[in-house]
Design a protein around this ligand. Structure first.
Ligand SMILES: [Zn+2]
Length: 286
């Protein structure tokens, strides 16, 4: 079985620039979800974690998890999605987390540091990152960390929590070198790999995938973004986890079965998916 640990199905359904308010899923959108999920299942991708980047998207991830047994949600504020209302959003997250089991919230994020675009407010990004780490620690949830052009700053924040008992998570779309891979692993984190590992220019990333223990790797698409090389230019989808798994199996010279088994187990342990699946009665399944 394969798991997509980082997907944005909500963005595959809806154009947020046209409609930034939260609205429940429409019948049409539920149908689209069913198609995405059945295509994924045809490629052995049986579980999907949808990742929130702001309040409205986080609510939609919860909404999708409510409708589909094999979908789970994370809630968070992406560093590029922070406005001055952020303390209110964190408060709202706190309320949602009271019901985290029923709402199938399995992680906090994506959160982190992004220095890619000019005019970023590093101090604010750091403040919001710290707040979300606190949410994760208090709720014993995994962190989904976004770091872009900010290895040092991201690591410096995370390293402060090294000895906290519930401190865990994934470095989403890991894009750095072996040195940082080891540093994050030493903090107890796993690394998320997706389509970017298949891009011709990313040899450094392939060296990381080859060198670290398989137990430290989880698979993700970041769909609809970052399609693997074979469908470059087209929208990505959770079904492509199979492509990533096959690519990594060949890269590491290990059987596909083993890649599937170990990455799924690491994901279940990190996000507590096992615990949630046994809790089926509480879920609102249509
Ligand atoms: Zn993402």
């Amino acid at each position: 079985m394969l798991i997509d640990t980082h997907c944005h199905m909500n963005i595959m359904l809806r154009n947020f620039s046209e409609n930034p308010q939260f609205q429940p899923l429409t019948i049409q959108e539920i149908e689209t979800c069913k198609n995405i999920l059945s295509q994924a299942k045809d490629n052995q991708v049986e579980t999907i974690i949808n990742v929130g980047t702001n309040l409205v998207e986080s609510l939609l991830c919860i909404e999708i998890a409510k409708h589909f047994e094999n979908c789970f949600a994370t809630i968070g504020l992406h560093p590029n999605d922070i406005d001055e209302m952020w303390p209110i959003r964190i408060q709202k997250f706190n309320h949602l987390l009271v019901q985290k089991k029923d709402l199938k919230i399995v992680g906090i994020g994506e959160c982190g540091i992004d220095k890619h675009y000019p005019d970023y407010d590093l101090e604010r990004q750091q403040d919001v990152f710290h707040e979300q780490i606190q949410l994760a620690l208090q709720n014993n949830l995994a962190l989904v960390v976004h770091s872009r052009d900010a290895d040092l700053e991201t690591y410096q924040v995370l390293a402060q929590y090294k000895n906290e008992p519930n401190f865990k998570g994934t470095i989403h779309c890991f894009s750095s070198d072996e040195n940082y891979a080891q540093k994050y692993i030493d903090l107890g984190f796993v690394l998320g790999f997706g389509g970017t590992v298949t891009y011709p220019k990313n040899k450094v990333l392939r060296d990381v995938v080859k060198s670290i223990p398989l137990e430290k790797i989880i698979l993700e698409t970041d769909a609809p973004y970052l399609p693997p090389q074979i469908i470059r230019g087209k929208p990505n989808s959770p079904a492509q986890i199979k492509t990533i798994a096959e690519f990594i199996a060949e890269l590491r010279n290990e059987p596909l079965e083993r890649i599937m088994e170990v990455t799924a187990q690491t994901t279940k342990d990190l996000f507590g998916l096992q615990r949630q699946t046994f809790n089926k009665d509480n879920l609102l399944i249509e």
